[in-house]
Design a protein around this ligand. Structure first.
Ligand code: PMP
Length: 436
């Protein structure tokens, strides 16, 4: 397929932009930690798809589970029926999740999960006579997907800019990366409480009983792996508890072993009231997302409905899709059988050391990392993002797939990456950074 094939050209705006047309990047095949382009060149995937695929591309177990499910039951409407896999998956997730988060709602994407979590928060307050709680608090440089509420609570300027006002009643706290190097590797022991006190200032300004929920990614992923300083998430939790505000962790990137722990909530020892997950829930094989909900929150919504009433006025045609659930169950089995989170965690020290070792390269201005999430900030060269794109393009030509956010390079290797592959990844990256 040529990049200017009309079908591909019209696929989505990214492939219609000039940068893509100048240097088309078409992926044809994937297996393990590798992609192949249409010319047959092999590329090393250093971002696990898009944080989606820690168990590697092309897992036979998932493919077979999906095929079996399609043969048995392809679809049943979730507003009328349950299917066995949905219940099994909810049960398995509840066992993996931090204690207390044991009710699960399924959606089709991270954006849908965020939208769902925010709506659960609103409805929970309403059924308890707290309908005045309509405000949300997000964070600058947060990313919560592209649906309407998600971008409204998100804090990426360009994602907001194009669409105007957004949801009313949303405030944003400062992000957690105020100065370069200040909170390297999450080890900074000051500043966290002060940053989190932005939430207290919003309570003081608007009244704590007007705020429905505060949503954060424990580690902001898409905007460059912003690791919170010590005490930050704990302080958010304390303020939320004091004022009856629900705390939502968006673990679409951080979940499923990415931090070296099952969830970032485990890594930081702070449990939210609601948690969103997606991506690695099916190893990226089938679109799926979930939200975990504190049991009493779900119960309050359930109790408020009459015996024949629908309890939660929200749901998707593909909520708990049987095929997605089959893919997720097969994925969780791989995580367990291969002890894959432990395997990922074992890679962490070497990965973080390799990320930090890039600091001697003249154009590198900062590096950060936590678990198997790493970021390398590059000095801007001309327009912001120009150097980042040059790195992306050169990497593709050199056989390396990475991710850039403006002038920040992001790496999130698969948990199955071998030591040799990790060496190769950083040898290639060093060469690429030296050349741009
Ligand atoms: N939340 C977070 C933290 C994300 O990183 C993403 C996607 N990168 C989303 C939500 C949105 O997920 P999706 O693209 O599946 O809608």
């Amino acid at each position: 397929a040529r990049f200017n094939d009309p079908l591909i050209h019209h696929w989505m705006p990214f492939t219609a932009n000039k940068q893509f047309q100048d240097a088309p990047r078409i992926i044809a095949r994937a297996e393990g930690v590798h992609y192949w382009n249409t010319a047959g060149d092999k590329l090393l995937d250093s971002v696990s798809g898009l944080y989606t695929t820690p168990a590697g591309h092309g897992r036979r177990e998932i493919r077979e589970a999906v095929t079996r499910q399609l043969e048995e039951l392809d679809y049943a409407p979730p507003f009328q029926f349950g299917v066995p896999g949905t219940f099994r998956l909810a049960h398995e997730l509840a066992q993996m999740l931090p204690a207390g988060l044991n009710r699960v709602f399924f959606a089709g994407s991270g954006s849908e999960a965020v939208e769902s979590a925010l709506k659960v928060a609103i409805q929970y307050h309403r059924v308890r006579g707290q309908g005045q709680r309509q405000r949300f608090v997000g964070r600058a440089r947060g990313y919560h997907g592209v649906n309407f509420a998600g971008w409204s609570v998100g804090g990426m300027v360009k994602n907001r800019d194009a669409f105007g006002l957004g949801l009313p009643g949303v405030s944003h706290m400062r992000h957690t990366h105020i100065e370069p190097n200040r909170f390297v590797m999450g080890q900074g022991d000051h500043g966290g409480v002060d940053l989190a006190d932005d939430l207290q200032r919003m309570v003081d300004l608007h009244g704590g009983d007007t705020i429905a929920a505060c949503i954060v990614e424990p580690i902001a992923g898409s905007t460059g792996v912003l690791v919170p300083p010590k005490g930050y998430l704990e302080r958010l939790r304390a303020i939320c508890d004091q004022h009856g505000i629900l705390l939502i962790f968006d673990e679409v990137i951080c979940g499923f072993g990415r931090t070296g722990h099952p969830f970032a909530a485990d890594a930081f020892g702070v449990t939210p009231d609601l948690m969103t997950m997606a991506k690695a829930i099916t190893n990226g094989n089938i679109p799926m997302a979930a939200i975990a909900i504190r049991q009493d929150i779900q119960q309050a919504i359930l109790d408020a409905a009459g015996p024949d009433a629908i309890e939660f006025f929200h749901g998707y045609t593909y909520s708990g899709h049987p095929v997605a659930c089959a893919a997720a169950l097969a994925t969780l089995k791989i995580y367990r059988d291969d002890d894959l989170f432990a395997r990922g965690a074992a890679l962490v020290p070497k990965f973080l050391e390799r990320i930090a070792s890039l600091r001697d390269i003249p154009i590198v201005t900062d590096t950060r990392g936590f678990g198997l999430l790493g970021a390398v900030d590059l000095a801007t060269d001309g327009a912001p993002g120009k150097r980042g794109f040059a790195v992306l393009r050169r990497a593709f030509e050199s056989g390396l797939v990475l991710r850039v956010a403006s002038d920040t390079v992001i790496l999130s290797p698969m948990f199955i990456t071998t030591d040799d592959q990790l060496d190769e990844m950083f040898t290639l990256l060093r060469k690429i950074l030296a050349a741009v």
